[in-house]
Design a protein around this ligand. Sequence first.
Ligand code: ATP
Length: 479
Amino acid sequence: MANDTKRFQAIIGHCKEYGFIFPSSEIYDGLSAVYDYGQNGSELKKNIKDHWWKSMTQLQDNIVGIDAAIFMHPTTWKASGHVDNFSDPMIDNKDSKKRYRVDHLIEARIDDLEAAGKQDQAAALQQDMDRLLAASDLDGLRQLIETQKIKCAVSGTSNWTDVRQFNLMFSTQLGSVSEEASEIYLRPETAQGIFVNFLNVQKTGRMKVPFGIAQIGKAFRNEIVARQFIFRMREFEQMEMQFFIRPGTQKEWYEYWKEQRMQWHLGLGIPREKYRFHDHVKLAHYADAACDIEYEFPIGFKEVEGIHSRTDFDLKNHQEYSKKKMQYFDPEINQNYIPYVIETSIGLDRTVLMVLSEAYAEEDLSTPDKPDSRVVLRFPPRLAPVKLAILPLTKKDGLPEIAREIMNDCKAHFRCFYEEKDAIGKRYRRMDAIGTPFCVTVDHQTKEDGTVTIRHRDSMNQERIPVTSIRETILNYIS
Ligand code: ATP
C-alpha cells in the first residue's frame, strides 16, 4: 500500500465524524494547517503523551522531564541558528501568486518522470536537486525549474520569481506599548528550552553525564506547504529528549538511541516492516549524524521521529551568546567539557496519525443471508480514548442501576463510557468506531448470578465474567 489516498481520506472523515480531530475554528471555514482535537482525539493524544513520558522519564534512571515556556529570549534563536538558517527555499508564481517550496516543486516533477517510466531522468534530476540544495545555490535551483519547464499547477504558467529563503519562525511583539515592544518568536522546536536549562537541571538535580532531559510541548512553524491533515501543521506538539554525553562517545549513543526508539515504536504493536530508518544525506547545521524513523502512512513512508547527533553545537553557541559557562565537570576523568548531545525528537501529532492509520480497519462481516460491515479502530488498549463501555441491555428492571454501580467502581481507574440508548448491536458498533477495546453488558442474568458479558473489540468474542472482577480484568489488559 504505497499511496492509498482513499484510505487516508476515509481516516480524515472518520476522525471528524467520531470526535477525534476537527479543522480549527471550523465555523469560520477553518484555518489552514491548524486542527483541534475533539473529545476522543484529546484522550488518544494524552494517552500517547503519557506513554512516551513514562517510558522516557519514569522508566529511565537518568532522564528527567521539564516544561519550559513557549516564549524565549530572542537571542536564543540567534544562538541556535534558527534566525539565520531555519528557512526553506521558496519560489512564487507571478500569475497565480502561489508560493511553493522549491524541493516540493521539483519532487513533483521527479514523481511525474517516474510515473512515465523515465527512471534515469528522475534519478538525475534528484541528484541535481540534492547537490544544489546542499550548496544553497538558489540561482541554480531557479535554473533547474526553468530547464525542466516546471509549471504552476494553478496558473499553468512558468512565470516564476527568483528563489528566496523564507524563514519558518512566527514572530510577535512582547510588551504592551509598541515603542517598548521587542520582537520575539514562537518556538519552532522545544529543544532550545532544554539547552538553556541544561545547567539549572544538572546542578539542582545533581545529574551526572550521561543524562537526559525530556520535554513535551507546542512548537510553531510557518510551513508553506501545509497539507496532509495533521501530518504537517503550523501549530503542533513535539516530544523531545536531549541526552548529554561525553564528547567522543556520540557514535555509540547515537546507535543506542536509534535502537531504543525503534523498540519504543515496536512496543506500540506496529510491525517492523511498517517502519524504516532514513539516514540524512544533507545534515542540518547542528548535526554530525542524523536519521529519521519513517512509518508507512497511507500516503507512503514518512518521517515520524528524528534522531540527531547534535554535537556541542547548541551549548557552545549558548555559551558564546550568553557569556555564561555551559561546562560540566566530569569527576570520573577530572575534566571540564561542554557535553555532546544526542536528540530524539518525535512529533506527537504525527504519532497520533500513525496510531490512527495503523488502527483503522474496514471489515466486511457479511453472512450469506445478510450484508454487514464495521469500521473499527484497533488501538492498543492502553492508548484507546475509552477503555470500557458499560451498557445495560434495557433501560428498566434495575439494569441501569447495576451498570451505574459498575461505572462508579471503575471510573476512577480508567476512562469509562455509559450508554443505555439504542439496540445493543448498534452500541457495540459505535464503540468499535472509537476504538473502545471492551464493552460489558448488564442483562437479566446479571441480577441472578452477578455476571456480565464482556465483549472484546477485535475478535468480537463474548464471555461472562463476575461483576466483581471487571475492574481487575480491564486493568490487566491496559497495564
Ligand atoms: P519535515 O522534514 O517533515 O519538515 P523536520 O525534519 O523538519 O520534518 P524536525 O525538525 O526533525 O522535523 O522535528 C522533529 C519532529 O517534529 C518530526 O519528526 C515530526 O514528527 C515533527 N514535526 C516537525 N514539523 C512538523 C509539522 N509541521 N507538523 C507536525 N509535526 C511536525
